[in-house]
Design a protein around this ligand. Structure first.
Ligand code: MG
Length: 251
């Protein structure tokens, strides 16, 4: 049975990590939006989702069927045909941002984990509703990121130390080199539950597609909502999956 709404991770699911969407994917995703509701749920901020994906969709795409959940669903953005509106936001206060930043600086000093690493751009980024630590900086090339912590050992250590200092926050391992910190309980499951309520659909009629559904992967947390999930290896495979859904639509 075709799912009523499909939620997608962004990096390595719809596009290569932080890269612009392919023309092929933009076309197929736009066709999906004609008759289906779809969402992007990623650690990236909204501007990044725009610059990496949404702005490259064909101009006549039906964005009324689209939901953007930036920063691990700390926010939801929708488009009414004219402007983007924020459906909700779990912003961090200035005090919370300071508390998180101080904790990050403390564990980085303790572990000396980035002491000899080059930084490509900012390492600690305030995204409003989320603080993101990127070990090699925001603009690090994928080739460098791939080899830094492939088994997540470095970040699991950082995560454990952070959980001791600031247990009142949600601390999750993201992408290839990052750790995302948000308000407690706000993570990708928020997108699943919010959409279920908003669209009045049971979670079982929805589908989540991501590249990191394995234990410890940054998509795995959605499994606890009961949403059916589908693993993809890369954007090319995801294009094929969407294509097969479109074919099912043809009567
Ligand atoms: Mg991913």
């Amino acid at each position: 049975m075709k799912p009523q709404v499909i939620l997608f991770d962004l990096d390595d699911t719809l596009t290569e990590s932080k890269q612009k969407v392919s023309d092929e994917m933009a076309q197929v995703f736009s066709r999906l939006l004609e008759n289906n509701k779809a969402a992007i749920v990623s650690g990236a901020k909204f501007e990044q989702q725009l610059n990496q994906f949404i702005n490259f969709l064909p101009k006549d795409s039906n964005l009324k069927n689209f939901f953007s959940f930036p920063q691990n669903a700390t926010e939801c953005m929708t488009f009414d045909g004219k402007i983007w509106a924020k459906e909700y936001s779990f912003s961090l206060s200035n005090e919370e941002i300071t508390e998180i930043t101080n904790a990050l600086n403390k564990v980085l000093e303790e572990t000396k984990i980035i002491e000899n690493e080059i930084s490509y751009g900012e390492r600690i980024e305030n995204r409003g509703a989320q603080i993101t630590f990127s070990a090699l900086g925001q603009e690090a090339p994928v080739s460098a990121k791939k080899t830094w912590d492939p088994d997540q050992i470095k970040r699991r250590d950082l995560q454990k130390r952070l959980e001791e200092i600031i247990p009142q926050y949600e601390i999750v391992i993201g992408g290839m080199t990052s750790i995302d910190i948000t308000k407690k309980g706000i993570n990708k499951t928020k997108a699943v539950n919010w959409l279920s309520e908003k669209l009045d659909l049971p979670v079982s009629s929805m589908l989540y597609i991501g590249d990191s559904l394995f234990p410890g992967g940054n998509d795995a947390i959605v499994i606890q909502t009961g949403i059916p999930v589908m693993e993809t290896k890369n954007p090319k495979q995801t294009t094929g999956i969407i294509d097969s859904f479109l074919k099912e639509n043809v009567v």
